[in-house]
Design a protein around this ligand. Sequence first.
Ligand SMILES: CC(C)(COP(=O)(O)OP(=O)(O)OC[C@H]1O[C@@H](n2cnc3c(N)ncnc32)[C@H](O)[C@@H]1OP(=O)(O)O)[C@@H](O)C(=O)NCCC(=O)NCCS
Length: 155
Amino acid sequence: MSSPVLDYRVLGAGDLPALLLLDAATNSHSWHPDNWRDSLAQHLCLGLFDGEQLIGFAVASRVLDEAELLAIAVDPARQGQGLGKALLGEIFRQLSQAGTASLFLEVRAGNGRAQALYEAAGGCETGVRRNYYPQPGGGREDARLYAFTLAGHFA
Ligand SMILES: CC(C)(COP(=O)(O)OP(=O)(O)OC[C@H]1O[C@@H](n2cnc3c(N)ncnc32)[C@H](O)[C@@H]1OP(=O)(O)O)[C@@H](O)C(=O)NCCC(=O)NCCS
């Protein structure tokens, strides 16, 4: 079997159908198509492709020299193979090259896998937002806040 050809590409409006499918497969509260359209127009939306197939995405909004990571996901069939870490590293690199010094994000307290990813990538936990997220079956879940320093890491 030939090895996969992995590639990063900034996503555009034509990637919306594939994004909606991957978001629905990875997110219990997937975004409305209008949110995706706005993000594609306003934010850095980076796709990870295996050939023509979208297998991961990361979305970051930027203000001056700060950014917020709004979403990151890897195709469930491809998780646990280092792709999330690689995707996070690539969006950090692109943001840093565009002048971003710091990045912040929120993650569900129950999402241990994503927290392990952020800690492995050098994130510092900076606080908790109580009852921030709605839960699928009702009720609320805390958000944990992480900060990353990008300046100087990808010069
Ligand atoms: C979070 C997510 C993007 C990680 O992607 P991934 O490709 O599975 O992650 P990687 O294989 O690169 O692993 C990165 C780190 O996560 C941790 N990790 C990976 N698989 C894990 C598992 N099965 N259980 C716990 N931690 C795990 C490890 O710390 C790993 O670092 P290491 O290899 O140095 O030990 C992916 O699980 C996903 O798409 N989840 C659904 C969407 C989501 O929760 N997004 C985050 C919202 S804030």
